[in-house]
Design a protein around this ligand. Structure first.
Ligand code: RAM
Length: 345
C-alpha cells in the first residue's frame, strides 16, 4: 500500500495496550469540576470543553482525560454545547472561569469566537490548552495536535487517490464551516491535489456541522448534484460515519469511494459490508490523555508553553513543546479490513 509508506503512517501496536490501561483506570467522573483548585497541585480540576457533546470522538477523548486525571489525583469534568457553532462554547468557558477551574482543555469550533472568553480565564491564571482544533495561538498556552497537519491531509488524499485510480471528481464533506482543524486540512488537501494529482478534480466542499443528520443530508445532496462523483473525503468522524450510512443503502455503494477520518467503532460495519475500503485516524483517547497531562504540566509550572519545554505524559512518555506552543501526539493510523478489529474506540 503506497500510502502507508509515503508518510510513514504506522499502526501503533501500543494503542491496544494503551486502551486497556485506560479502561482499567478508575475516575470519579468529574461530578465536581469547578472546585477552585487553580493552583495545580494534586487536586487539580480540569474542565474539558469539546466542540459538541454526543460525538463518539469526544466521548473517547474524555475517557483519556479522565484516565489521566485519575492517575495524577485530579478532578475531571466534561461540559459543552450540543451544537458545534462558533460561539456555542463561550458560556461553558465563562462558567468554568467563574468556578475557577484548575485548567481548561478546549477543542475550538472557531479560531477567534472564543478568544476573549479564554483570555478572561488566562487573566486569572487558568492554563488554557486547546486540543484537536486550535484557536488563534494568542488565546491559549499550548495546542495539543493529534498529528502533523500535512500528514493528516496527505493520508486522506493518498487514500482517495488509491481508491479511485487517481482520477475523477471528488468532493469534501467537512464539519463546521469555521472549524480550525478541518479548514487547515482542507487547504492542505487542495494544495496536494493540485500539485500531485492533476486528474482528480475537487468539485465541491460541503459542511455537515458535525451533526449526523445534516451530514447525511449533505451526502445525499452531493450525490444528486454531482452524478459523476468518483469519491468523497470526509475529514470528520461524524461526517464519514453519516456518509457511509447513506452510501451503504444507496445505488452509489461500491461506485462512489468514501474515505477520511473515522473512529474504528463507528466505521467497522461499513468496512465489513464493503461500503468503505479504508480511512484514517489517531487515537482520541490518547489525545485526551495527553491533553490532560499537558494541562497538569502547565498548572504545576513544569512547562510554560515555550518551545523546548518537556514533560512526561503518564504512560505515553515524554513530550516536547514545539514551535508556536504545539505538542504533537503522533502519526495517524490507516484502518482497513486487515486491522480494524484490533481497535476499540
Ligand atoms: C470530528 C471533529 C473533530 C475531528 C475529528 C476527526 O469528531 O470534527 O474535531 O478531529 O472529527
Amino acid at each position: 500500500m503506497s500510502h502507508t509508506t509515503k508518510r510513514g503512517l504506522t499502526v501503533l501496536a501500543t494503542l491496544t495496550a494503551f486502551s486497556l490501561t485506560l479502561s482499567a483506570c478508575g475516575s470519579d467522573g468529574g461530578s465536581d469540576g469547578g472546585s477552585g483548585s487553580g493552583g495545580g497541585g494534586e487536586d487539580l480540576s480540569i474542565t474539558f470543553i469539546p466542540k459538541n457533546l454526543g460525538n463518539p470522538y469526544f466521548d473517547a477523548s474524555q475517557v483519556g482525560g479522565e484516565a489521566a486525571a485519575g492517575e495524577f489525583g485530579g478532578e475531571f469534568e466534561q461540559v459543552g454545547p450540543t451544537e458545534a457553532t462558533p460561539d456555542s462554547q463561550v458560556s461553558f468557558i465563562n462558567t468554568a472561569t467563574q468556578q475557577q477551574t484548575g485548567a481548561l482543555v478546549v477543542s475550538a469550533n472557531d479560531p477567534e469566537a472564543i478568544g476573549s472568553a479564554l483570555q478572561q480565564a488566562r487573566d486569572i491564571d487558568i492554563p488554557v490548552v486547546t486540543m484537536d482544533s486550535d484557536t488563534n495561538p494568542e488565546y491559549r498556552d499550548v495546542f495539543v495536535a493529534q498529528a502533523d497537519a500535512e500528514g493528516i491531509a496527505q493520508a486522506q488524499v493518498d487514500l482517495i487517490a488509491e481508491q479511485i485510480g487517481d482520477e475523477g471528481q471528488v468532493a469534501i464533506l467537512s464539519a463546521a464551516a469555521n472549524a480550525t482543524n478541518q479548514n487547515e486540512w482542507i487547504d492542505l488537501m487542495e494544495a496536494d491535489l493540485e500539485e500531485n494529482h492533476p486528474d482528480i478534480e475537487l468539485v465541491d466542499v460541503v459542511y455537515g456541522d458535525d451533526d449526523d443528520q445534516k451530514s447525511f443530508d449533505e451526502t445525499a445532496a452531493l450525490l444528486q448534484s454531482n452524478p459523476d462523483l468518483a469519491g468523497i473525503i470526509s475529514p470528520t468522524t461524524v461526517g464519514i460515519a453519516a456518509a457511509a450510512r447513506y452510501l451503504s443503502t444507496s445505488d452509489a455503494k461500491g461506485e462512489v469511494a468514501l474515505t477520511g477520518l473515522g473512529t474504528p467503532n463507528q466505521m467497522r460495519e461499513y468496512i465489513e459490508d464493503g461500503t468503505v475500503e479504508s480511512f484514517a485516524l489517531w487515537n482520541p483517547e490518547e489525545l485526551g490523555y495527553l491533553s490532560a497531562y499537558t494541562a497538569q504540566a502547565l498548572a504545576n509550572g513544569d512547562i510554560t508553553g515555550e518551545e523546548g519545554d518537556t514533560f512526561t505524559a503518564g504512560d505515553l512518555g515524554e513530550y516536547e513543546v514545539g514551535a508556536d506552543g504545539v505538542v504533537v501526539l503522533g502519526d495517524p493510523t490507516v484502518f482497513d479490513e486487515s486491522n480494524i478489529d484490533d481497535f476499540d474506540f
